[in-house]
Write a protein that binds this ligand. Structure first.
Ligand code: NAP
Length: 232
């Protein structure tokens, strides 16, 4: 049985990923920072709720300890939790705004990955999926035919560019683990006021694909629901 831990899984793409992976037979550990909403989502989907706020070292350590005690290992870590951060006038952004977005979208992934590595290393086929974004791809944001080229969200897009590089660096540094980044594509969720054209099922195709690949599928890739994509 594949054991999969997902951060930010009480709603949106994380929740749909949890739903689909339960359906595919995974034991899903549904990470969420709000105890009520996390427990409710887990009960509805047939997953086990694990409290985790990815900005809080103690919370992340407690989540890893919780999983160590109950399951003893995981096979798949999906770093999905993310925030958009402040919208509006880019000339009014502050250093605190930048640190706030990076704390969830980048440092949160580092905290969670470090804490869960010992549990992943007990798997015969350990996998990390980082939920990044095509809005952090230089190739996409410079291609006028792509919707990503019209996005102006300096902190969010920069955090996702950093997350994709973090993914390729982890892929090199951790050759025993398959580490890849997923671009869900523009999907209707709370993150964007439900403006995206894709459903959450479409938006989770790349995440579910990477979480269910066979050994040897390759590490350090950036994929969307159509396949491998360029980010530089
Ligand atoms: N929707 C898109 O078009 C799109 C496109 C590309 C990439 N993505 C990425 O997909 C991922 C999921 O986003 P979504 O669209 O599903 O947005 P969403 O519906 O807003 O869900 C975001 C999730 O992250 C959680 N979260 C935020 N801060 C957290 C923290 N400090 N600790 C733990 N969990 C935290 C939220 O929990 P709360 O409910 O407690 O706030 C929520 O469960 C994000 O990384 C996002 O950047 C989305």
């Amino acid at each position: 049985m594949t054991i999969t831990f997902i951060t930010g899984a009480n709603k949106g793409l994380g929740r749909e990923t949890a739903r689909r992976l339960v359906e595919l037979g995974h034991t899903v550990l549904l990470g969420a920072r709000d105890p009520e909403r996390g427990a409710q989502a887990a009960a509805t989907l047939g997953a086990r709720f694990v409290p985790i706020d990815v900005t809080d070292d103690a919370s992340v350590s407690a989540a890893a300890a919780n999983v160590a005690e109950h399951e003893g290992s995981i096979d798949v870590l999906i770093n999905n939790a993310g925030i958009h951060g402040p919208a509006g006038d880019p000339t009014a952004l502050t250093g605190a705004d930048a640190l706030g977005v990076l704390d969830v979208n980048l440092a949160g992934v580092v905290r969670t990955t470090t804490a869960f590595l010992p549990l992943l290393r007990r798997s015969s086929d350990p996998v990390i999926v980082n939920v990044s974004s095509g809005t952090g791809s230089l190739a996409h944001t410079h291609d006028p035919s792509r919707p990503e080229s019209r996005v102006i969200a300096p902190l969010y897009t920069a955090s996702k560019a950093a997350l994709t590089m973090l993914t390729t660096q982890y892929a090199k540094a951790l050759p025993d683990i398959r580490v890849n980044a997923a671009d869900p594509g523009y999907t209707a969720t709370d993150l964007n006021g439900h403006s995206g054209p894709q459903t959450v099922t479409e938006g989770t195709d790349a995440i579910v694909g990477l979480a269910t690949e066979k050994p040897g599928a390759g590490s350090g890739r950036f994929v969307d629901r159509t396949g491998e994509i360029a980010w530089s």
